[in-house]
Write a protein that binds this ligand. Structure first.
Ligand SMILES: CC(C)NC[C@H](O)COc1ccc(S(N)(=O)=O)cc1
Ligand SMILES: [Zn+2]
Length: 260
């Protein structure tokens, strides 16, 4: 039989029973009708420099594309944000089938995958590790993926994945423009205060979830599923699928929308 145990329901990490003081956890279900339109929300402004892309690696939860965040070359501001935030990495969450995989849901609707572009507040902090502990420390853009036509911008990234099949594998990755993964409309989004969706689960994230999804092909998503949670040395290999956290209680939070 094949050495790789396919689609083993692999508990990435044990969900803590209670996150101490955790009533702003993520992800959540976005109930569209309960979102409050906020006309003060400005358009999002992002400017990314593809030359600052450094590496792509498998961290045993997902695969990350990391950027040089030692200068203000990749900036996100506007929208719900008071300060400017620097992109440090982006990554995805996906399922073992096209029926589920996203972390946020919209009126309980699941998408096959979700992209997270992770930024930290460079006006107030000097390092991601510092910002990750602060309420206004991080801003993460969430973009839903749907299965449909092939995404040309994503293909360069998909072609690099076989080189990082195992946990802790890294390859050099240059000149990737994160803007190529944004939907055409980034003015329509939901925003709320929440947390990281993996440990340390700190409640330091201004979430900005795009209303418009992007489309990727079935084959592109299948390559995501060919990644492994496990390192090369481990006896039993487990396919990297279902690396999403379950939706968390809203606990009285309001989700605002930038559109009516
Ligand atoms: C505190 C530092 C050293 N380590 C933290 C680690 O990188 C986790 O970072 C993250 C970053 C983003 C997310 S998500 N899925 O919410 O966008 C989760 C964990
Ligand atoms: Zn994520």
């Amino acid at each position: 039989s094949s050495k790789y145990v396919l689609s083993q329901m692999h508990p990435m990490w044990q969900e803590p029973l209670e996150v101490p003081g955790g009533d702003h956890q993520s992800p959540i279900d976005i109930a569209v009708k309960k979102a409050v339109f906020d006309s003060d929300l400005k358009p999002l402004e992002s400017s990314y420099d593809p030359q600052t892309c450094q590496q792509i690696w498998n961290n045993g939860y997902s695969f990350l594309v990391e950027y040089d965040d030692t200068t203000d070359k990749n900036i996100l501001k506007g929208g719900p944000l008071q300060d400017k935030y620097r992109l440090c990495q982006f990554h995805f969450h996906w399922g073992e089938s096209n029926d589920w995989g996203s972390e946020h849901t919209v009126d309980r609707r699941l998408f096959p995958a979700e992209l997270h572009l992770v930024h930290w507040n460079s006006d107030r902090y000097t390092l991601f590790e510092e910002a990750v502990m602060e309420e206004n420390g991080l801003a993460v853009i969430g973009i839903f993926l749907k299965v449909g036509k092939r995404h040309e911008g994503l293909q360069k990234l998909v072609d690099a994945l076989p080189a990082i099949r195992h946990k802790d594998s890294v390859v050099e990755f240059n000149r990737f423009d994160p803007a190529s993964l944004l939907p055409s409309n980034i003015d329509d989004y939901w925003t709320y205060h929440g947390s990281l969706t993996t440990p340390p689960l700190t409640e330091s994230v201004t979430w900005i979830v795009m209303k418009q999804h992007i489309e990727v092909s079935h084959d592109q998503l299948a390559v995501f599923r060919s990644l492994l949670f496990t390192s090369a040395e481990e006896e039993v290999q487990k396919s990297m699928v279902n690396n999403f956290r379950v939706q968390q209680p809203l606990r009285g939070r309001t989700v605002r929308s930038s559109f009516t």
